[in-house]
Ligand binder design. Structure first.
Ligand SMILES: C[S@@+](CC[C@H](N)C(=O)[O-])C[C@H]1O[C@@H](n2cnc3c(N)ncnc32)[C@H](O)[C@@H]1O
Length: 318
């Protein structure tokens, strides 16, 4: 019944491996957790991992900004289609009031560095399997450390480890038996001897330039530099900025755009950043379908109609 474009030979095997690891770990260490395990899989994609863990008796929720066909196959009630903003109080509320205890970031892209921060604020533990390298600003992770003996992957893992260390997690690093070469995961446990939230805030600001009390990431501050707080009250990522720019352009000019027109009106800075993103402009627009709509027939981009998501549209057509 596989209805995704990804190769099931690789993907299913990979998620079975991750699920087996998590299940074994949770069973082995269940006595060390003071609350029952309930998980949220952030950036769950097609939702297979969420489905496997739920099928084994763990209550959980998969969240992704783009609904997948598989969700209805696995059981739609397991999933939530929503753009995750790690600063959103609605998200914090959902995690805390739902008594979720584990956040899962399985190849969670731009969300990866934010997961430990979110977990720290919502009293959760974390399973993190980093794949693509993103920093707090949603841009590609770049380091000034040009040590030839360490790969970019190793440096990214150290960056994530540093974040977890500053947030005072008990850190376990492990190697998974999965097909992917990006197979190092982190298990981050809340400790009892936590630093005060104020000292954690200061550390995050000094090391990464983010201020969790002002609820923003400042894209101008490289991740390894100390800096002072600046105000930019918005979750920043290249994809988000592109969509926001096009959205505002279409509203202001009351005009639909072709993909090449959209590309041509983007400011140079965003065009440059777009080159570093996975997928092109069209795939970014498709992944923000709650904001912009790409009509496959006319090939035009318009504002999305919030009442017509992909499911209702298909139902209406049929
Ligand atoms: C590389 S895919 C991994 C999907 C899945 N975890 C897996 O391993 O198959 C990253 C996923 O994160 C989702 N994502 C990234 N940023 C997000 C955000 N801010 N809010 C919601 N979903 C997000 C994307 O839509 C995408 O499905």
């Amino acid at each position: 019944n596989w209805c995704e474009n990804t190769d099931p030979q690789k993907h299913v095997f990979e998620d079975l491996g991750i699920a087996s690891y998590l299940l074994t770990y949770w069973r082995q260490y269940s006595s060390t957790f003071d609350k029952p395990i309930k998980f949220v899989d952030l950036g769950c994609g097609n939702g297979l991992l969420t489905f496997l863990l739920s099928s084994e008796g763990y209550t959980g929720l998969g969240i992704d900004m783009r609904r997948r066909r598989s969700w209805s196959l696995f059981g739609s009630s397991l999933y939530l289609e929503s753009l995750i903003d790690p600063h959103s109080l609605v998200l914090h509320d959902l995690i805390i009031s739902g008594q979720y205890t584990f956040l899962i970031g399985n190849h969670s892209d731009e969300l990866t560095p934010w997961l430990p921060v979110l977990a720290r604020q919502c009293f959760c533990n974390v399973f993190l399997l980093p794949c693509c390298f993103f920093d707090f600003s949603g841009k590609k992770f770049i380091t000034n450390n040009h040590d030839n003996n360490t790969t970019q992957y190793e440096q990214y893992l150290s960056y994530i480890e540093k974040i977890a260390e500053i947030l005072d997690f008990n850190i376990k690093k492990d190697k998974l038996r999965i097909p992917s070469t990006k197979n190092i995961c982190f298990m981050l446990h809340q400790t009892n001897e936590n630093n005060s939230i104020d000292s954690i805030r200061t550390h995050l600001l000094d090391h990464f330039g983010i201020d969790i009390t002002l609820e923003h990431a400042d894209p101008q501050i490289p991740n390894h530099q100390a800096s002072c707080s600046k105000s930019k009250p918005e979750f920043y990522s290249t994809k988000f900025s592109i969509i926001k720019f096009l959205f505002e352009y279409i509203i202001t000019h009351n005009q639909s755009l072709t993909i090449s027109e959209a590309y041509n009106i983007l400011p140079n800075e965003l065009c440059e950043q777009l080159k570093c993103e996975n997928g092109g402009l069209k795939s970014i627009i498709l992944s923000y379908r709650h904001a912009l709509y790409f009509d496959p027939q006319t090939k035009l981009i318009t504002l999305a109609n919030p009442q017509l998501n992909s499911i209702t549209l298909k139902q209406k057509k049929s």
